[in-house]
Ligand binder design. Structure first.
Ligand SMILES: [Zn+2]
Length: 153
């Protein structure tokens, strides 16, 4: 297994920022958010599966199937963007980076800000307090990554 040194801190940070008592989103709504995020970055939209029962504990993005699974408690806008950011990171960086590394977190933050789910100042401070490193959002903005991909091709 690859190293993923920020994972535990990312989960703790999200837990603290998650809105309580959010009504779980429908599959259609989750899909719409994921599709929107992936379209901004010009990557293929993953299929989205949501859990109806509260038993599931782990949401994930499966790179091979380009598939997202969201457990009940993760049927939230933030979790949709979390998994969409995995799909985007894997298209642009492949296996060269950690799952919850600064590249992924930068893309996730760019999406959070773009969707208006947090204010830039609050986001910066809360990442700092959680000891998390993210690439600056201007470096991983969609047009920057698309340009990087063009140069490589
Ligand atoms: Zn993750």
């Amino acid at each position: 297994m690859r190293a993923d040194s920020q994972r535990t801190r990312v989960y703790a940070w999200e837990w603290a920022s998650e809105q309580l008592n959010d009504t779980p989103l429908s599959r259609t709504s989750c899909e719409r958010i994921v599709r929107y995020a992936c379209a901004l970055y010009g990557v293929p939209t993953p299929s989205v599966q949501v859990c109806e029962s509260t038993h599931g504990r782990k949401s994930y993005y499966d790179e091979l199937r380009n598939h997202i699974k969201l457990v009940y408690k993760h049927r939230t806008p933030l979790a949709c963007l979390h998994e969409a950011a995995h799909a985007i990171t894997s298209r642009y960086y492949g296996n060269a980076v950690q799952d919850h590394g600064p590249e992924w977190l930068g893309i996730y933050c760019w999406l959070i800000l773009h969707m208006g789910l947090a204010r830039p100042k609050w986001l910066r401070l809360s990442l700092k307090n959680a000891g998390l490193k993210a690439k600056p959002t201007r470096i991983v903005a969609p047009y920057k990554l698309k340009r990087m991909r063009k140069k490589r091709a």
